[in-house]
Ligand binder design. Structure first.
Ligand code: F6R
Length: 611
């Protein structure tokens, strides 16, 4: 949420910043700005997309080799030119960009106003800029000390960059609960809220830890903690390529990511399943395997789409590994007093690895003594570092704000975990184990076949693009697929959609059914097939419109549903991996037909780093 980019070196800073902001725009896109330091500080900022900022700056003076840039997702203060970052302190000594929330900003603001300081924006960030300046001008101290003293007074989260005309060859980066990465060049540094703007310049990076302050000059990088003690620099190598971040001929990132799923799922299980030796090897879990296999209970914590993947995991782990599973919204778990202790295994699922509520829930589980494992997509992310052990999904960078390939990659990891534990516990015969591995191996090919039906999905989208409401229904492992289908539709097309367990329909949602509202059933041939056929009949008996996802060759539902989408037959445990794909594509086409910005839906941002 909010993108931060900074450059210090010998290049022209502005092109690096503007390119970086475009790469980061998926994190927030309601306003953008840059500050360039060249003796004095020049700030350009604009409400709207990065392209609007770029047009505004065209032809203006941008000469500078040190600068900072920001793309915003509003928290304090509505999107406007004034509330856009960077923010400058009252006398113009300090200029900052900030991601996160300063929770005690109103107390700080009042104190500073009592001292006669003026404020021009509604943001918490301006309060921090003024606080730094107030401390700096009240005492005879360096820029660096003023920043660390100010940060000691802050309650809340921040990832921030500070530049100052008082020390024009210095950039300060600081982090608490909001990520920052520093790319190391030769006498130059690239700083950003994630590695996407850095990868084209260097693959050597440092991920800041909480309460780190980095003092960055062209020829030197010093890491300190909040009380100015030096801390260890730990250089990592990025495993990311520029081409991954391009649309590669697709109209949208979301479409590209949907079509990547055969490959991304394969990348998730590559090297981890060996059908010849009949083995599943999840390297990141080797040290904790016994504890996992013998767990009395697994508690999944996640948000949004990752929470839906967790629900699929519940079904799989309980069915194949016979361990009780509870799936919790991280945002609820962390604010109650959960019954959790050293006997529990907590499994945090997150694409970005930066979701603030999931991170806070991890902290709580760790403090309670639980073993905390992670399923993460972004290597080096906070969640991957805060968990005791875990598994990367290896889906590749996901830029579309609506999560697609991350979901199927998470489900793939959960499937491997469930099968692995089931085998270790002696619950799965060799035959069943090999069959599941073979079925998992077949999934990428099955998704290829489903993607070939894209024109059919477009046709269905055309018919229902003007609906105001939609209902998604499934049973068993297909219920989370229904939830995920409804979430995809509502978040990118703004059509109200709800996911329900099909059997619950008659306890309420059935009242909504009329000839206008599409009801999407995930009705593949599984253990509850007959029941779901009855549910479809119940909808048809009330003149409802039914779109059904069925198993190839199904002739019964074809007779009753308005539209059927046939997907290849697979094991019941694996059906979520294939059944979700038509729902992703139908949501995509409907959103496009309604003129919505598919990759950057309104009010949303990728990586929710605020609570
Ligand atoms: C929906 C979506 C969100 C995320 C949620 C959690 O398409 O993308 O619901 O799934 O914000 O994010 P991560 O997985 O990064 O923790």
């Amino acid at each position: 949420m909010c993108g931060i980019v900074g450059y210090i070196g010998n290049r022209d800073a502005y092109p690096v910043l503007i390119k970086g902001l475009k790469r980061l725009e998926y994190r927030g896109y309601d306003s953008a700005g840059v500050a360039l330091l060249n003796g004095d500080t020049t700030i350009y900022k604009k409400k709207g997309k990065v392209s609007e900022l770029e047009a505004y700056v065209r032809g203006k003076e941008t000469l500078s080799t040190i600068g900072i840039g920001h793309t915003r997702w509003a928290t304090h203060g509505k999107p406007s030119d004034l509330n856009a970052h960077p923010h400058q302190s009252e006398k113009g000594l300090f200029t900052i960009i900030h991601n996160g929330i300063i929770e005690n900003y109103s107390v700080l603001k009042k104190t500073l106003m009592d001292q006669g300081m003026k404020f021009y924006s509604e943001t918490d960030t301006e309060v921090l800029a003024n606080l730094i300046e107030y401390i700096y001008t009240s005492e005879d101290i360096s820029v660096e000390v003023a920043v660390s003293l100010a940060l000691q007074k802050v309650v809340g989260a921040y990832g921030l960059l500070v530049i100052s005309r008082e020390d024009p060859n210095l950039m300060i980066a600081a982090r608490r609960s909001s990520p920052l990465v520093i790319g190391l060049g030769s006498n130059e540094y690239f700083i950003a809220s994630d590695a996407t703007p850095i990868v084209e310049y260097t693959d050597r990076v440092i991920y800041l830890n909480n309460d780190d302050i980095a003092l960055i000059r062209r020829d030197e990088l010093v890491l300190k903690n909040l009380v100015s003690e030096s801390t260890k620099v730990n250089i990592k190598t990025l495993d990311m390529s520029i081409s991954e971040m391009e649309k590669q001929g697709y109209e949208h990132y979301m479409l590209k990511e949907i079509f990547e799923q055969p490959r991304s799922i394969m990348d998730t299980f590559r090297g981890r399943i060996n059908s010849e030796t009949n083995e599943i090897r999840l390297g990141g879990l080797l040290d904790v395997k016994d504890q996992l296999v013998n767990a009395k209970r697994i508690v999944v914590i996640a948000c949004g789409t990752s929470w839906h993947a967790g629900l699929v995991g519940e079904y799989l782990i309980e069915d194949l590994a016979r361990i009780p599973v509870e799936v919790e919204y991280a945002s609820e778990f962390r604010y109650r007093n959960p019954m959790i202790g050293p006997d529990d295994v907590v499994l945090a699922i997150s694409q970005s690895g930066e979701t603030a509520d999931t991170l806070a829930a991890i902290q709580l589980a760790r403090e309670a003594g639980a073993l905390v494992l992670g399923i993460c997509n972004v290597a080096g992310s906070s969640i991957s570092r805060e968990t005791h052990a875990g598994v990367y999904t290896h889906a590749g960078i996901e830029i579309g704000v609506a999560s697609t390939k991350a979901f199927t990659a998470q489900v793939t990891v959960l499937t491997m975990m469930a099968i692995m534990i089931g085998k270790e516990k002696g619950l799965l015969s060799e035959k069943r184990f090999s069959q599941l591995l073979k079925e998992l191996n077949d999934v990428p090919g099955q998704i290829e076949k489903i993607l070939e039906l894209n024109e059919e999905f477009k046709h269905i989208a055309e018919m229902y693009k003007d609906a105001s409401n939609a209902l998604y229904l499934g049973r068993g492992v297909s219920f989370p697929v229904a939830l995920e289908g409804a979430l995809k539709l509502k978040e990118i097309s703004y059509i109200h959609a709800e996911g329900y367990p099909a059997a619950e329909m008659k306890h309420g949602p059935i009242a909504l059914i009329d000839e206008k509202m599409p009801v999407v059933f995930i009705a593949t041939k599984d253990s509850s097939y007959e029941k779901i056929v009855s549910n479809i009949q119940e909808v048809k008996a009330r003149n409802g419109v039914v779109i059904a996802i069925v198993t190839e060759g199904d002739s019964i539902i074809k007779e009753i549903a308005d539209h059927v989408i046939e997907i290849p037959k697979s094991d019941e445990s694996l059906v979520s991996l294939t059944a979700v794909v038509p729902l992703q594509l139908i949501a995509y086409h409907i959103a496009l037909m309604r003129g919505c910005n598919v990759d950057q839906p309104r009010n949303l941002a990728k990586s929710v780093t605020v609570e």
